[in-house]
Design a protein around this ligand. Structure first.
Ligand code: BGC
Length: 406
């Protein structure tokens, strides 16, 4: 049996666009119509059902929950803020507090207001300042009730999918534009970090804990050729660490938010730098078990990567770790194996504050639509009924006791 420390945060994560439904002023909403992809529609109806969902999380002994604020609801037109939506999110946070669940609030999770996207989105040199105005508004409204802030979810994943792969809006394929986007995301975080701290200081509140959610991948060569090993080294550096290094240089992280799902097997066919860094690999079959999107299940990767994160001397918070699968036994196997890895890393000196499973509910998995099932709680999209999965009950025991039999 292993035992996690007292005061550990246990819970699940979600993002507004993926669960709320009807985020009609967001760029994804527009894009769904054009792209012919499965539309998010009412999603999980969480915008209306959040109280019921949080009551379930409470029943499952969660003491923390990560949610995001939809920027396009708060600022549907440039510079015009919607008070009703601000009130809505105040009520959402209050409802978590009533359940004794600590909110972890993300300010940007992949989606943008249509007007922002129209003005060049994250390529626009003014992007960070435009983001800052929204941040000041919403943090100003919620500061008294929120301690944990995540400015930007997975900036590198966003830049890669939207500006290199061309799979997400605005579907560009340009290294140069991606680089601009990353620079602006860094600047947006740093400005937001300072603004959030200023707000708390001005109001004499206990200092907040601010970070990003950094997706990390355990890269490994598919076949250990020199070229593949060089590619692994470069990807590790640029994808896993470069963004965090920049934020560290700006002294703008209070902890490190980590999202971990899988390993990336690397097999590249040329020495071109963009191929080494970004090409989707035609890797050999790994032989590992997979989630329903074909991602390798590789819990050891979390352990190995966390040891590398010790160098930052900051506490780590696992803000996402999860599996989409029709096999709920595999879900539990996934969770328990990752918790074991996490525990082993803690034994080696990694300070971990908490673990949030992705996701509380089945939800809208971006360009993959509703087919992938990540939830601890199943959603029947015909009637929005929730059903607690067996894996959620097992995880509930971990949350209750802070221990797990391994
Ligand atoms: C994202 C989530 C997404 C999950 C599963 C993370 O990269 O933050 O929005 O649903 O992975 O793909």
């Amino acid at each position: 049996m292993i035992k996690f420390p007292e005061g550990f945060y246990w819970g699940a994560a979600a993002s507004a666009y993926q669960v709320e439904g009807n985020n009609k002023n967001s760029d994804w909403w527009e894009w769904e119509k054009k792209s012919g992809k499965e539309p998010s529609g009412d999603a999980c109806g969480h915008y209306q059902l959040y109280k019921e969902d949080f009551a379930l999380a409470r029943e499952l002994n969660h003491n923390a929950h990560r949610l995001s604020i939809e920027w396009a609801r708060i600022e549907p037109q440039e510079g015009k803020f919607c008070l009703d939506e601000i009130t809505h999110y105040k009520e959402v946070i209050a409802s978590l507090r009533q359940c004794n669940i600590e909110p972890v609030v993300t300010l940007h999770h992949f989606t943008n207001p249509v007007w922002f996207a129209g003005s060049g989105g994250w390529k626009n040199p003014a992007a960070a300042d435009l983001f800052l105005r929204y941040v000041e508004k919403i943090v100003g409204a919620l500061a008294e009730e929120v301690h944990f802030w995540v400015t930007i979810n997975e900036p590198m994943v966003y830049a890669y999918h939207a500006y290199i792969l061309g799979a997400w809006p605005p579907q560009e394929r340009s290294y140069l534009q991606a680089k601009k986007v990353i620079t602006n995301l860094i600047s947006a975080h740093v400005k937001a970090y300072r603004a959030i701290h200023d707000i708390y200081k001005r109001r004499n509140l206990k200092p907040p804990a601010v970070s990003i959610a950094k997706n990390i991948q355990a890269f490994a060569p598919s076949v250990p050729t020199l070229r593949n090993r060089v590619a692994v080294y470069l990807r590790q550096r640029s994808f896993n660490f470069a963004f965090v290094n920049s934020l560290m240089r700006h002294k703008s992280l209070d902890f490190i938010g980590i999202n971990y799902y899988t390993r990336g097997l690397v097999n590249v066919e040329s020495w071109l730098i963009q191929v080494l860094l970004f090409d989707e690999s035609k890797a050999k079959e790994s032989g590992l078990k997979k989630n329903s999107l074909g991602w390798d299940i590789y819990p050891e990767g979390l352990y190995k990567l966390l040891l590398k994160f010790r160098r930052y001397r900051l506490p780590v918070f696992i803000l996402e770790n999860g599996i989409c699968t029709p096999d709920d036994n595999l879900r539990w196997e996934f969770i328990s194996a990752h918790l074991k890895s996490l525990y082993l890393a803690m034994q080696k000196g990694v300070r971990v504050m908490g673990y949030l499973y992705w996701s509380l509910l089945d939800n809208f998995e971006w360009d993959k639509g509703f087919a992938p099932r990540f939830g601890l709680i199943e959603v029947d999209y015909n009637n929005y009924r929730r059903r607690v999965r067996e894996s959620a009950r097992k995880f509930c025991e971990v949350c209750r006791t802070g221990t797990i039999d391994i």
